[in-house]
Ligand binder design. Structure first.
Ligand SMILES: Cc1cc2nc3c(=O)[nH]c(=O)nc-3n(C[C@H](O)[C@H](O)[C@H](O)COP(=O)(O)O)c2cc1C
Length: 315
């Protein structure tokens, strides 16, 4: 017996596996997203603060790899957001995922172009608000995740969001094998999103140092930066990230925190990790599940291994 995919969105998108590759600024390129969609998952291009031209270029790179639908993750706080949406619509993208910010001003327009809107939410309150505004599904992301995070764990967040919503809930945070997928389904999710696992893939266009750092990391090798500044992000422990945490403690105790110093700490640090593999100054965003990831595999293999283990367990 094979487990039925209970997520109508995934059926609409023609996916073989109920697995999304989460949008990752800098790291989630068109090449990676295209490969994930081609292999039967849903790849998502992470656009961060990119300008519209770069977004178009990456969408076209994904198309070089696949004819299947893929998504684009947008940073709603970006100054270029209007032009980015224009490109997404012009290029016929099928899914828009959002991280920080409120997508509601754009939902109607995106729906009129048959584009699904799937925001990432860290709490029940935000999930309910998004459902009310008319999104198609939510990704409930626990604080085990790599990148920017909320306060709740996947184990506690997912069932509470499932209970509160009627639309499909996709679980993210700390999932990298079939056990995690099966657990997410048991919590009521009808799909999963993984980020860190796809960093350690052959198709990920991140610097070798980044991939190797994920593979070498142990369970306790991540740290949360930005805790005191209200902009929490999970990254691998490096000289830079440990210094960041020390520095923010110093800044926050000052009567007037130095905004420039704080921005300098954050600015470009993910780019330096992804493109340059800069262990001194880069922020290697990655989740707690890095400790379980010990190899670099093609995305098709990752999807097949994860889902066949999940299916065995769910059966
Ligand atoms: C390097 C990196 C960059 C990320 N950038 C974004 C982003 O730009 N937008 C977003 O919504 N989520 C971002 N995420 C979160 C992922 O989309 C995904 O939800 C998360 O990685 C899932 O948890 P996991 O890392 O435990 O698999 C990022 C994650 C990583 C590891």
């Amino acid at each position: 017996m094979s487990v039925k995919l209970s997520n109508p969105l995934f059926e609409k998108l023609g996916m073989k596996y109920p697995i999304i590759q989460g949008g990752m600024a800098w790291a989630g390129t068109g090449h990676l997203a295209g490969a994930v969609s081609e292999a039967g998952g849903l790849g998502i291009i992470g656009t961060g603060y990119w300008k519209a031209d770069k977004v178009r270029e990456e969408i076209r790179r994904a198309r070089e790899v696949t004819d299947k639908p893929f998504g684009v993750n947008v940073m709603l706080l970006s100054r270029h957001i209007r032009e980015v949406f224009d490109v997404i619509i012009e290029e016929g993208v099928k899914v828009v995922a959002t991280g920080a910010g409120d997508p509601s001003p754009f939902i109607e327009e995106l729906h009129s172009h048959d584009i699904l809107v799937i925001p990432v939410v860290p709490s029940v309150g935000l999930a309910k608000m998004m459902e009310k505004k008319g999104v198609d599904a939510v990704v409930a992301e626990g604080m085990e995740s790599g990148g920017h995070i909320g306060m709740l764990t996947t184990m506690t967040l997912v069932p509470q969001v499932v209970d509160a919503l009627k639309i499909p809930v996709i679980a993210a945070g700390g999932i990298a094998d079939g056990r995690g997928v099966a657990a997410a389904f048991m919590l009521g999710a009808s799909g999963v999103q993984m980020g860190t696992r796809f960093l350690a893939s052959e198709e990920a266009e991140v610097h070798e140092n980044f991939k190797n750092s994920v593979v070498k990391a142990k369970d306790i090798d991540t740290i949360v930066t930005g805790e005191l500044l209200g902009n929490r992000a999970r990254v691998l422990k490096t000289k830079m990230s440990k210094n960041f945490v020390k520095q923010e403690r110093i800044e926050i105790t000052k009567p007037k925190p130095d905004a420039d110093a704080i921005e300098e700490l954050e600015n470009g640090s993910l780019r330096r990790a992804v493109l340059d593999g800069d262990k001194e100054n880069g922020a290697f965003m990655a989740g707690q599940i890095s400790g379980m990831i010990t190899d670099i595999k093609p995305v098709a293999q990752i999807l097949e291994d994860v889902w066949s283990q999940a299916e065995d367990l769910l059966n």
